[in-house]
Design a binder for this molecule. Sequence first.
Ligand code: 13P
Length: 249
Amino acid sequence: MRDQIVAGNWKMNNDQHETQTLLTELKNHNKPENVRVMVAPAFTQLSQSVSLLADDAITVAAQNMNAAASGAYTGEVSSSMLKGVGVKTVILGHSERRSLYHENNASLADKVNSALEAEMEIIFCFGEQLEERKSNRHFDVVKAQLSEALFSLPTSAWSQIVLAYEPVWAIGTGETASPAQAQEMHAFIRKLIQDQYNETLAQEVAILYGGSVKPGNAQEIFSMEDVDGGLIGGASLNANDFMAIVNAF
Ligand code: 13P
């Protein structure tokens, strides 16, 4: 049985006070035992979030990290810094990092290796742009993103990896992939892993969907056979909406 996961990517939202308010609200909700729930606040709120959630089942992830262990990288944060404040999971490869900060499959492979060495869990994001889907290249794009960043890894590394398929055209747009489109891509991804590695591993890897998941559509998307949960942006900023999604399995 694969993990079912709902992770909230807060992006560049929530200052100290807003973080405290939202986490306190989330703590007051009952969480289902069969779902792993995570939040990914900004770097400046990680330590506070880990402390506030110390007695709760929700865990804390970072939104990014640098591949280097330390050094002259102004404005960057390393895996040991994250681990030092109690963060054991990192989101890598988000489409906003790719498009706004020029991350690519090669630089992401370095980040993945660095996070694995630090024994961190990785939520690895990828997905096609609208033009790529319209021109029917979405399967090729996703295949390249996965093979260039992840498919040189040994089988053993995959116990630390969660995949998050986030079609760029569905992020923050209110337009979601239909459940059938999500299922089609997730099944394709699982088959890629089966062909590259083996069927057991393919069946064990959790594949999340991200892109305008809301309380009103989560249940339908999560009911798809190869969808193991969601990476939630906008709706994760509201406690009731986020917990409705957590409870949508
Ligand atoms: P939205 O849920 O706001 O579309 O964002 C999705 C996302 O980017 C999660 O990482």
